[in-house]
Design a protein around this ligand. Structure first.
Ligand code: NAD
Length: 463
């Protein structure tokens, strides 16, 4: 039975997943380690409203388990050595250099973890891939671990994480399924898989814990994200057709979603998907397919990304066109910066790309997001390197009051579907804006009829 778990990487996945494992398995010690000292300090902050990851319900889980059997530390070596089971939950971003630049997953952090485990371990370990990885990465990890020359024995499992940010705790408490891939051909492999099954079985019904060979497990995670993103791009592609034919994309989505073969989820048209995973994982899939010479497979999936980029650009173009083909010097209020509601994560957020286009047209942006701080917004824009830091600063103001964001604006753009935006005093917002007062609803969130009755020019997607 597993007594000590270590998780390398205290990010959006490592933090919440380990907090829930610790909560549900009080007899197991769980230590989450990271090289980022500030992040670990935030996980250890006495005030649980200051955790580095915002997720509804996460604060209560951490408050329950932290200090009992959940620990956050920067002492990576110690946690590795003491553990029977080590989760690798580090970031696997798209490569920004060399072969596969802009497509392949950068596995440098994974390899560093494997080498550190190999260097430090003095007892047998089960190593679990929690990060999303290209199919066959377990082979590379095995090669590194098996060639260290010491007598330590390793089993490598794949246990991809399917949680969605914004509902991570709900998803972890009641997952649709848990997937565990391992070496099904050997006694030791099957025993390692069983050890991880038992961890999850503390709270997940056994029928929902799937075991497969390691390659199927690795590929299933990329496939799940590709299918989910494909649904978004599919409905978004039709939103453009709706706009020119007087069809309404929400009505179309409802009509097709009631077909039990299609189902209603992930059919909400929007300014485009964001987040750290969909784009990166599809690009990774495209790269893998290409590397095996499967060009038609690669092209098929790449189209999902092309459509998403088109949707973001189309939203920005619509703002410019509607504002009489110029936004130069015009104040545009952004409501929302996070890639979706109920998270403070901004990675690949559609807001960043829409902002970038509008800034290139010399707009003045005023941004409000309930959970994203100014420093993150500046970081996201500077990271694009489209213009200097000073130019970004001159074009963007970040405010903590949504009414201030909209005061004196030509237009309001809704970029994230935060619930609170629906309940604003829209009459007050209207009164403070220049006329005609435009609302561009990139999430189909607001009551368009109500806004029109107030006097707004309301524009949305797919209608
Ligand atoms: N974010 C999601 O919703 C989600 C969902 C499912 C799967 N995933 C996958 O999980 C993995 C992690 O994603 P994330 O969003 O948690 O990333 P993240 O960037 O939030 O966290 C990764 C952490 O790993 C740390 N790290 C990197 N190298 C390290 C090392 N050698 N030693 C110690 N710490 C190290 C980083 O400092 C960082 O804090 C990725 O592969 C991602 O694709 C993410």
């Amino acid at each position: 039975m597993i007594k000590n778990i270590c998780c390398i990487g205290a990010g959006y996945v490592g933090g919440p997943t380990m907090a829930v494992i610790a909560q549900k398995c009080p007899e197991v010690n769980v230590t989450v380690v990271d090289i980022n000292e500030a992040r670990i300090a935030a996980w250890n902050d006495e005030d649980v409203s200051k955790l580095p990851v915002y997720e509804p319900g996460l604060d209560a889980v951490v408050a329950e388990a932290r200090g009992r059997n959940l620990f956050f530390s920067t002492n990576v070596d110690k946690a590795i050595d003491e553990a029977d089971m080590i989760f690798i939950s580090v970031n696997t971003p798209t490569k920004t250099y060399g072969v596969g630049k802009g497509m392949a997953a950068d596995l440098k952090y994974i390899e560093l973890c494997a080498r550190q485990i190999a260097r430090v371990s003095t007892t047998d370990k089960i190593v679990v891939e929690k990060s999303t990885l290209p199919v066959r990465t377990a082979q590379a990890i095995r090669d590194i671990l098996d060639n260290t020359g010491n007598d330590v024995k390793y089993q490598i499992l794949s246990n991809p994480e399917f949680l969605a940010e914004g509902t991570a705790i709900e998803d972890l408490h009641a997952p649709d399924r848990v997937l565990i891939g391992g070496d099904t051909n050997t006694e030791e492999g099957r025993a390692a898989m069983q050890a991880l099954v038992e961890v999850y079985a503390s709270w997940v019904p056994k029928e929902q814990i799937l075991t497969t060979n390691v390659w199927s497990s690795e590929l299933s995670k990329l496939t799940a994200n590709a299918f989910l993103a494909q649904r978004v791009s599919s409905i978004n592609s039709l939103s453009e057709l709706c706009e020119v034919t007087e069809a309404d994309v929400d009505e179309v989505a409802k009509a097709i979603g009631m077909d039990s073969r299609i189902g209603p989820k992930f059919l909400k048209s929007s300014v485009g998907f964001g987040g750290s995973c969909f784009q990166k994982d599809i690009l990774n899939l495209v790269y893998i397919a290409k590397s095996y010479g499967l060009n038609e497979v690669a092209d098929y999936w790449e189209q999902v990304i092309i459509m998403n980029d088109h949707q973001k650009g189309r939203f920005a173009s619509k703002i410019i066109k509607t504002l009489y083909n110029t936004v130069n010097g015009k104040k545009i209020a952004f409501l929302g910066w996070a890639f979706k509601k109920d998270t403070n994560d901004t990675r690949e957020s559609a807001a960043i790309y829409v902002a970038d286009i509008l800034l290139s047209e010399m707009a003045q942006l005023s941004v409000y997001d309930p959970k994203v701080p100014e420093a993150q917004i500046s970081f996201d824009l500077n990271y694009l390197a489209s213009r200097t830091k000073e130019e970004n600063e001159a074009g963007v103001t970040v405010v903590t009051d949504p009414y201030k964001a909209c005061e004196g604006a030509h237009a309001v753009a809704v970029l994230t579907e935060w619930d609170e935006f629906k309940d604003y005093d829209w009459q007050r917002i209207y009164d403070g804006m220049l006329k005609p007062a435009f609302v561009f609803d990139g999430r189909r969130l607001l009551d368009g009829e109500k806004l029109k009755a107030i006097g707004f020019e309301y524009k949305t997607i797919g209608k």
